[in-house]
Structure formats: C-alpha cells, structure tokens
Design a protein around this ligand. Sequence first.
Ligand SMILES: *Cc1c(COP(=O)(O)O)cnc(C)c1O
Length: 498
Amino acid sequence: MSEAILDRLRRLRAGDAPTHGGRVLAYVYDAGLPELDELADEAARLSRPVNGLDPTVFPSVAVMERELLGFVRRVLHGGPRTGRGIGGAVGTVTSGGTESCLLAVKTARDRWRSERSAAIPAVRPRLVAPATAHAAFQKAARLFDLEWDPVPCGADGSVRAQDVVSRLDADVALVVVSAPAYPSGALDPVREVAEAARARGIRCHVDACFGGLVLPWWPDGGGNRRVPPWDFRVDGVTSISADLHKFGYAPKGVSVLLHRDRRDHRAQFFATTRWPGYPVVNPTLLGSRSASSLAAAWAIVHRLGDAGFAELARSIARVAESVRAEVESIAGLQVWGDPAGPAVTLVADPDAPAAVRVDPHHLADALAGRGWRIQHQPGFVQTDGSRLPRSAHLTLTPVLERRIGEFRSALTAAADDVRGRPPADARGLARAMRALGYGPGGRVPGPRAASTLLTLAGAGTVRPDRPMATLMALIEELPAPVAEALLTELVARLSAPA
Ligand SMILES: *Cc1c(COP(=O)(O)O)cnc(C)c1O
C-alpha cells in the first residue's frame, strides 16, 4: 500500500522539471554536492516531528537558530563591535524570502507609527524601492497598508541613488534596496541610499534574499568586478534579509531576517496573553512551524563553513564570466545592464537590425525545447511611462560549471533558431479583450470569464514544455488587473479538486 503510494509520487515527480544538474536556471539552487543533500535530508528527518513554535519545549530549535543567525550575521558584518557599544545584529529564521521581506516591512511600519504618528497624523506610511525590488514588497505594502512607491529605473535596469533619495520624506517608513535585484541582477546603490536614509531618520532594508549567501565570498578580479560594501558595514542599513533556501543550498522553507537594532527586532514579534489559551509569542507570521528546513540549513552551514561557501561562490563567478562571454559572441542578444553576482539577465540588442535581433522570450522557449529552462520576464511600463525591456533571467549555480560548455552551445544554437523572429504579438488578442470590456479602466474578469479568455488566448491548459512567449506578450498588453486575474485563474485551476 505505502509502496504503491510512493510509486505514484515517484511517477509524478518524474514529470517535474529536474531539480538537480543545472538544467533549470531559476527556482532551484544546486551546489552539485550530493553529500550535502544527503546531510540536509538526514538533518531535516531528525527534526521533522519538532514544532518550531516553542523553543522552550524544543530547545534544539533555539540552538540551531542562534548558530545559524550567528553565522549569517558574521558574514554580513553584523557582529558585535566591542568598544563601540554595538551589541551585534539580531534576528529570526523565517520560512522564506517573502516572509523575511514581509516582516521587515511590518516591523518598520510599526516602528514608524510609534515614532512618527504624533508628528504626522493620518497619513499612510510609504514604502520606497527601485521598481526592480522583489514583488514581495508590493505584497507587504498591500498586507500592511503602506503606499507602494516604486522608483523608476533606467533602461539598463539600474536605479540612480538620487532618484531614490529624492523621495525620502517624513512619511517614508522604509526604503528598500537589493543586493542584487532579482529581475536585473543589479546591485542597488546601497551606501548612497542608506546614508541618506539615516540622515533623515528613515529605516533602510537591504534585500539580499538572492545574494546574501554568495556576495560575501564573491571573488574580485577576472571578469568580475569588486562588489562595493552593501551589508551592515554600511551605516544606515537597519535590516537585511538573506535566503538560505537559495544560495544557502537548503531545501525550501528557510531564510533569515537580521536587524541592527534590538528594539526593531522585538517590534517584529507578536505576543499576547489576551486569550484563554497558552501565552503566544511569535517572531514570524506563522504559528506552528517546521524545524526541518532550519535543521537542514543549519547542517549545511556547519558543513560548508566559510571555505565551502567561498569555493561555491568562485565556481558561480566562473560560470557568470563564461555565460557573459558567450552572450557577447551572440549577435542580437545582450546582457541587461551590469549584473553583480549570480544572476544574468538577457535582452534583445536594441541596436541590432530587426533581422539579427534575438527576442529573449523566443530564446527561452527555444532553450526549453533543448532541455534548458531560463525564466521569462515580461516587458514593464514604469510609473513614469518609461519601459523596461522584456527579458530572460538566469540564476547561475555551481553545478552549471560541470556542463557549461553544453549550456553555452545550447544558448548559441537557440539564438540561431530564433534570430530575426519578431517578438510574439498579442495586440490582436488584447484588442479582442478590450472589445469585451476588459480594457484599461474596464472590468476585471471573474473565474468563469477568465477561463473563457484564457481559452481564447490559447492558454487554457498549461504544460511545462508549452511555449510562453505569447502569454508573456499578452501580459505586456493587458491592463495589470486583467492580466493578474487571468494568471490567478490559470494557477488556481491547476489545484482545483478533481
Ligand atoms: C527570492 C527573492 C525574494 C522572495 O523570496 P521567496 O523565498 O521566493 O519567498 C525576495 N527578494 C529577492 C531579491 C529574491 O531573490
């Protein structure tokens, strides 16, 4: 009976994109070290039955958490500085990057309210960040009722410090910069923004969910430029998020949020004695929580140590250099902006003649046909009306170094497949939807209408190997609320009970 159930799961898993081996350049982070996965599995198994809700009942949770936080805080230069009266950063292990970002925003909002509300009554606090900041911050703004104030980036995906700083007024509860930003791989101007924020008494969060466990060991030189300080070395950085389930190589479900100031960390907590049940003390959004991912991350960090992380970072840096060199040799395609760290984003060369240009979404579809997955990112109109190009994101991991030659050949061959092919055109579809009332300022489709529209768009069913270029083009054309309703429908239907 159990065997049959597991057999079925094995068959289902065989239909998934491969989580190991480097063929999927997003979502999964493979160090290429099977012994590390085995260690993580065993640690997770040992802690599986534990409830992370209460470290007084399960002290192993507190021990692993403080050792993990101690490691991350040291590499992010947040350790105590004796003589300067700095006690060292403190923080919490969370369930992932989104939860770390949500908690950073909630904390800053609560602290802003308690410090500012008397002086500035009845305003909604503002959350300022470059437009390339992770969507988790928009989610936080919605959940915690802040005004989302994205700062437009240049066409190369980078933001000018001055454009961020000029928005920092007394109603700003938090400014966010990224190290690096996920869509572009660009390192935001952390020092300039954090120092200006500090001068104005505004908190500054560095979202290092992506880079937090690679950039500390990123090598200088070669084709890789030096990474300027972006962590607690920079005065004015008040909190940092770093995901252990990305370049900490842990299974999903673990991230870290660190605060420079103890009072900020305490403000993150929810505690209540005002119910007839057990006294509740939650540092995170969740109540009962798994200790498995914590245990896996803890074991990996002990096993790798600085030397292990440094070696893996060097491997990724070599991969990054190699991928950039290959892209430079491909006519009609280029790397977007100036990425720092383990992400590279591809865009069509805007200066190339149309007959030579390589559309990144066709490229991603062609690569999928060759067994490689890179991530489609739709073009984006910013609040000032300027456009960021459609692109394809590549997360580079150590395991890719083993088949880098194979990947470079596939990249060039896929570009040859699609060179000169015009970008997918969804204007006709968007026009048809406008005629049905789903245009700008129009209706937002409910579940039934959204289903019909998806079928109209040829996206009624999804399979992992389905070309995405047309769907992405449609997202670019539709009003955001309509596109969001269609995508919600698409995904919600996948898990509708049979
Ligand atoms: C991945 C990521 C997040 C969100 O993390 P999840 O773990 O997917 O919830 C936030 N910020 C950046 C820069 C990221 O790369």
